[in-house]
Design a binder for this molecule. Structure first.
Ligand SMILES: O=C(O)CCC(=O)C(=O)O
Length: 276
């Protein structure tokens, strides 16, 4: 009887290992890219996210990355809490020097479409996701309590900038198409996850079609904060960095649920993008 239980245990263990390996190599992934033409705004509206290459030039991404890493080494390291924090950070970046210029450049290139939601939105986050080798996937989440964002003209967009050429193996951002408007909870089968298990839970949440937001450095990814997304697992030996800022459109009321990852001084008095 004892040896039977032992065999059962070993078989179970092997099945779990096979399942995890299968998930790693067999995930349904779609990759889509859009040009800087009139259609990207529609894609953002319809799918809840958009990937736009070549917005920031290579030289500026290198300067921005250096700025970010100077912050890591400085005494003023300022971190926000992050979902599944093992081997990943959400580091607040001051809005000055290069980060400030980058935000202005992005707004000058993409503001024509985003200003349809608000001509002068509030910048309520400025930070960098750092995803180290061997991080596990986060669980799927939205950045806002979606019932908060029901008003047609109230939107929160996060704008990520890839600081290095990023492929799926580096733990790119992953998004579920249309999940900002469709009720996908039934499709998700996302099991409850507690704090002790959070570093493995994400591996069991791959049974849904999603897009891995990959691209060359300087690519911009914009996602509606309601869309279900997560930072992926980093299977590579490279660190993946994505600088981001968030624009709150149509309201100055901070929605519930967001990390509000920005310097404290901009939490008291909100910063308008045209005042940067
Ligand atoms: O790392 C990423 O790309 C996304 C992280 C994220 O969505 C979060 O921590 O809320």
């Amino acid at each position: 009887m004892k040896s039977f239980l032992y065999i059962l245990l070993v078989i179970n263990f092997l099945l779990i290992i096979i399942y995890l390996i299968k998930q790693r190599y067999d995930t349904p992934v779609k990759e889509e890219f859009y040009n800087l033409d009139e259609t990207w705004g529609d894609n953002l509206k319809n799918n809840g996210y958009v990937i736009i290459p070549d917005i920031i030039n290579v030289e500026d991404t290198l300067k921005l990355k250096k700025y970010v890493y100077d912050q890591v080494e400085s005494d003023s390291l300022d971190l926000s809490p992050i979902n599944n924090p093992k081997r990943r950070l959400d580091m607040i970046i001051p809005i000055e020097d290069i980060p400030k210029d980058i935000i202005k450049t992005v707004w000058s290139k993409l503001g024509n479409v985003l200003s349809k939601y608000d001509e002068n939105p509030n910048v309520i986050e400025c930070s960098c996701f750092i995803n180290f080798p061997n991080s596990s996937p986060q669980t799927w989440h939205s950045d806002v309590d979606t019932t908060n964002m029901k008003t047609e003209n109230t939107k929160l967009f996060t704008i990520g900038i890839l600081l290095e050429d990023t492929d799926k193996s580096m733990g790119a951002l992953e998004v579920i198409d249309k999940s900002h408007v469709e009720d996908i909870d039934k499709k998700l089968h996302q099991r409850e996850c507690n704090l002790q298990l959070q570093s493995v839970c994400g591996y069991f949440h791959n049974d849904v079609e999603y897009t891995s937001c990959t691209g060359n450095r300087g690519t911009v990814i914009i996602w509606d904060a309601r869309v279900k997304h997560r930072g992926g697992a980093n299977y590579s030996n490279k660190v993946r960095n994505m600088f981001y800022f968030s624009l709150l459109c149509g309201t100055s009321e901070i929605p519930e649920g967001i990390t509000h990852s920005i310097e404290d001084k901009y939490k008291e008095k909100l910063l308008k993008i045209n005042d940067i």
